[in-house]
Design a protein around this ligand. Structure first.
Ligand SMILES: [Mn+2]
Length: 351
């Protein structure tokens, strides 16, 4: 009798364990998420401006990303998300270039504000996400990151995803638009107020920078990028050797003492899937190639700051580019394929 009873208990335990295995897995995932949430707070910082761009509309970027659910998407990856609202700055005066720069005083104002906001979050051990805005804002953002790394004795690695090299200078650029110059400024070539933002010139050692997806470089820029020795994984490299190999090289030697900053210009993506940008260039990475980049970064566990820039909702189609950016950011924060229910398809593919 006792033996039968014991056998019955065993059967019940096995059946119950089998029945709740899904819930058990979910519970463990939630515990894992809760653990990570307790470790890291993500701070969203909107910078609604297009003073550095040639075309109007990037000022609408932060709201489009919020509408596409950026805060919810990151929170679902298990982090605490705090939307700090927008930093303030001057309106776009829509003036021609003066001495080779368009809207330099306005660009300086916006970058001062972004620098201070990003630095404040880093000092509090939060992970800042700058919602642009045009790519000139990366000067303020990465200057703050460089200052932070210097103070903490951390190594810095910047991954610059872009169709363009953004290494123009006043003498090289035909337009004077400062969103084509942030890499040059960060490497010490540009207006004094912008190159000195981090408290040290150059803010960024070109050896700490990797550019991925480049396919549109002005003639003068080609020479300078080569001279200064920036490691560039252009589309030809990606076509011939694959995105995985490019990312393995771009992430080489990123370790526990490395602060990994991602500057994601949405025009990095092929305009067929990301039409909402001011300076679209054909022949960019596919949805899966871009996702692979983000997943490989997530795997390092070293992402410490992020810019999402150049989204232009005025040129977008039903906010699909903002939604695509949010898809990529989910992967960047660790949402991996194996954690998705089998039937889930990417949001923009459902449209
Ligand atoms: Mn750019």
């Amino acid at each position: 009798m006792q033996c039968t009873c014991f056998f019955f208990v065993i059967v019940v335990v096995v059946v119950v364990s089998w029945a709740i295995q899904d819930k058990l897995a979910t519970f463990l995932l939630l515990m894992d998420g809760a653990l990570r949430m307790s470790q890291q707070q993500i701070s969203l910082i909107g910078a609604p401006t297009d003073v550095g761009a040639g075309m109007l509309g990037a000022r609408l970027g932060p709201e489009a990303l919020r509408v596409a659910g950026i805060a919810r998407a990151i929170a679902q990856c298990g982090f605490a998300v705090s939307d700090r609202g927008n930093v303030a700055g001057p309106a776009n005066p829509e003036l021609p270039a003066v001495d080779g720069f368009r809207h330099l005083p306005e660009v300086i104002c916006w970058n001062d504000a972004v620098h201070d906001a990003v630095y404040r979050e880093l000092a509090a051990d939060h992970l800042p996400v700058v919602l642009g805005g045009d790519h000139s804002l990366a000067i303020g953002s990465i200057s703050a990151v460089a200052r932070h790394c210097r103070e903490r004795g951390k190594k810095l690695r910047v991954l610059w995803f872009d169709a363009h090299a953004d290494f123009n200078t006043a003498t090289l650029t035909p337009s004077g638009n400062l969103h084509g110059m942030p890499v040059a400024c960060l490497c010490g070539h540009g207006p004094r107020e912008l190159i000195e933002l981090s408290g040290q010139v150059p803010a960024l050692n070109p050896k700490d920078l990797r550019q991925i997806g480049i396919r549109s470089v002005d003639e003068g820029e080609k020479q300078r990028v080569h001279e200064i020795g920036i490691e560039v994984f252009d589309m030809r490299f990606i076509d011939e050797l694959g995105m995985r190999h490019a990312m393995e090289l771009a992430l080489a030697l990123v370790g526990a003492d490395t602060h990994l900053h991602v500057s994601l210009d949405v025009d990095f993506l092929d305009p067929d899937i990301a039409p909402g940008v001011g300076t679209a260039v054909r022949g960019g990475p596919t949805y899966r190639e871009a996702q692979l980049c983000m997943e490989m970064i997530a795997d390092t566990g070293r992402l410490a700051s992020l810019d999402v820039v150049e989204l232009n909702p005025a040129l977008d189609v039903r906010n699909q580019t903002a939604q695509l950016a949010v898809d990529l950011i989910e992967s960047l924060f660790g949402k991996s394929t194996l954690r998705r229910p089998a039937a889930t398809v990417p949001r923009n593919a459902r449209q």
